[in-house]
Ligand binder design. Structure first.
Ligand code: PLP
Length: 273
């Protein structure tokens, strides 16, 4: 991947996501991966979470108009080659982002690639998306998505499908595609009892399987964010979606293998190593 250099404007990407005060997930995870991939990262903050290694104890949502204004400020001036959404907190914030994305040429069939990581809760179970916001996510944002990257808990919330094996994982990918996302990546990482954790990528024609080595570590905070950020970064660099996913899988596997303990809870994945 080409790196930024003196006097050379690097590829720009944007993350539309929440801040993690503990520095493990959210915007902070995205920025680490983007920096490592030689990208200039722009940010639209959706929420400030009060969070450490043991969980989330507070959330301050950003005014939806301010979320949209951050996008309107950055995109025409700096320009972005790919955009990622993470924690979006509420229906009004999602609605504002979807409107801004449409106006700014982000996502859809002709816009810059849009990776929608449908973050619903932290791994501790702290809600990061209002329960009444799922409709806005599926009806307004997913139709704009180039790729949607749910884990199995998010799949259940978005499609009602309980993924227990490869067949239900494929059915979930097909259901997600029907919400309008061009590609659905159903991550298998939370599939219990399986030695491997294949992710399934589907574009409506072909199911692609990405086998993964399961890394047994309690320090996996921000793994989902890091995977989606690496996909976004690779798309920004011009990769095709399947190649971006293959790259991102390796990226997050390496980050999990190099994860470190932090505080009394779960440490972050460490793609810097
Ligand atoms: N905090 C923020 C701001 C996030 O965006 C996310 C995930 O996207 C999390 C926390 C949860 O991360 P994890 O499930 O790895 O704890």
């Amino acid at each position: 991947l080409p790196q930024a250099g003196p006097g050379v404007t690097p590829v720009r990407v944007m993350t539309v996501a929440g801040s993690d005060s503990g520095g493990g997930a959210g915007i902070q995870a995205d920025m680490r991966t983007f920096a490592m991939l030689g990208l200039h990262a722009c940010v639209a903050v959706t929420a400030v979470t009060v969070q450490n290694s043991t969980g989330v104890t507070g959330i301050q949502e950003i005014d939806p108009a301010v979320v949209a204004a951050q996008m309107h400020s950055v995109v025409p001036d700096i320009g972005v080659c790919a955009v990622k959404t993470g924690m979006l907190a509420s229906d009004p914030i999602i609605t504002a982002i979807a409107e801004a994305a449409t106006q700014l040429g982000i996502g859809g069939d002709t816009g810059v690639p849009l990776v929608v990581d449908p973050v619903c809760a932290s791994m501790h179970g702290d809600p990061l998306l209002a329960s009444d916001a799922l409709g806005a996510l599926t009806e307004r944002l997913m139709p704009l998505a180039t790729v949607v990257t749910p884990n199995l808990d998010e799949v259940r919330l978005l499609t009602g499908i309980d993924v227990v094996d490869g067949a239900s994982q494929r059915a979930a990918a097909a259901a997600l595609r029907e919400s309008g996302a061009r590609w659905a990546l159903v991550k298998g990482g939370h599939l219990r009892g399986s030695e491997h954790s294949p992710d399934i990528l589907y574009d409506g024609r072909e199911f692609l399987e990405f086998p993964g080595r399961r890394i047994d570590t309690p320090h996996d905070h921000g793994a989902g964010d890091t995977l989606a950020a690496a996909i976004t970064g690779a798309l920004g660099h011009g990769y095709r979606v399947p190649d971006a996913v293959a790259f991102a899988k390796r990226w997050v596997t390496r980050g999990l293998a190099a994860a470190y303990p932090l505080g009394a809870g779960h440490g972050p994945v460490n793609p810097l190593w």
